[in-house]
Design a protein around this ligand. Structure first.
Ligand code: NAI
Length: 290
């Protein structure tokens, strides 16, 4: 099976969906972009136009390539039959399952559905599908155009040729793909949980400020400190992932979610995407250090 020439539908035009659409279109695919939030797909395309223009200005992409990439991305207002769907909607089992049921009603029999879930079991996501063998995890990292890693996650029912086709596709897009089974948090999010959790504990104990914690970890060699990284990921998403890993590990105390982060989520201080998290982003999300 090959997805080299796949027509792609990206569902969810938020942080991750927009980045995935960009990378797929840069690799030459026609990409449809769908979001249930009115105007979100169009807004994501407008933001991508700025990003691509910026890349062209910096000489990282020719002006023609930037224009061609943008022309391949089409916002749509309904699910459409394609060869490959990449799902990047809210981190919620029931909402993702409902989407997959809707997708199976419009997709051709051989189409693949890849989920960008950070932590939800691919096995559980596939439970009610007519063809569970076509669901596979394709877990990108934020920001998608910059981060090389893609975890290709196989649930109990995932067909090996589907996982391999996604692995090959990620490689063709210049990513480093790894195969993993669907365990809670997969590889990176499992290992990263304590990085966030210990920083949140320090904050709860008033041991240090986010600035100090981040400065320490950067000085220790990490590219980003835990607080600025949570702001980048989005506290709603990060908190949902922690809750999901906590539950999936039978409420093992090591993965206990943080009240500090719960407060941020309750206040709508979601990080860069809402203009405020541990830090303030009055001008909107700042450009990422590359
Ligand atoms: P986001 O909140 O930026 O975007 C989610 C988008 O999905 C929103 O625009 C929302 O309107 C849309 N949406 C919600 N329900 C929908 C539905 N039923 N149909 C169509 N669109 C719908 O979230 P983000 O950060 O892009 O995360 C998306 C997925 O990617 C989640 O599963 C998350 O766990 C995963 N992920 C997130 C990473 C991060 O650093 N933020 C990293 C890797 C994976």
């Amino acid at each position: 099976m090959t997805l080299d020439n796949a027509r792609i539908l990206v569902v969810g035009a938020g942080l991750m969906g927009a980045g995935i659409a960009q990378v797929a279109a840069q690799a030459g695919h026609d990409v449809l972009l769908f979001d249930t939030r009115t105007g979100a797909a169009e807004a994501a395309k407008a933001k991508l136009a700025q990003t691509l223009h910026g890349l062209a200005t910096k000489g990282k992409l020719t002006a023609e390539a930037a224009q061609a990439t943008l022309a391949r991305i089409t916002p749509v207002d309904a699910l459409a039959p394609v060869d490959l769907v990449i799902e990047a909607i809210v981190e919620n089992l029931d909402i993702k399952r409902a989407l997959f049921a809707d997708l199976e009603a419009v997709l051709p029999a051989e189409a693949v559905i890849a989920t960008n879930t950070s932590s939800i079991s691919v096995t559980a996501l596939a439970r009610d599908m007519k063809k569970p063998e076509r669901l596979v995890g394709m877990h990108f990292f934020n920001p998608v155009p910059l981060m090389k890693l893609v975890e290709v996650v196989s649930g109990l029912g995932t067909a090996p040729e589907v996982a391999q086709a996604i692995h090959d596709l990620a490689g063709r897009w210049g990513k480093t793909a790894v195969h993993t089974r669907s365990t809670p948090g997969f590889i990176v999010n499992r290992i990263a949980r304590p990085y966030y959790a210990e920083a949140l504990m320090l904050l709860q104990e008033h041991a240090a400020t986010p600035e100090v914690i981040d400065a320490c970890l950067r000085a220790a060699g990490f590219r980003m400190g835990p607080c600025e990284l949570m702001d980048l990921i989005g506290h709603d998403t990060n908190f949902a992932v922690t809750n999901s890993v906590f539950a999936a590990n039978f409420f093992d105390r090591r993965f206990t979610p943080s009240l500090v982060q719960q407060e941020l989520v309750d206040a709508g201080y979601l990080g860069r995407k809402s203009g405020r998290g541990f830090y303030s982003y009055p001008e909107g999300a700042p450009a990422l250090r590359t």
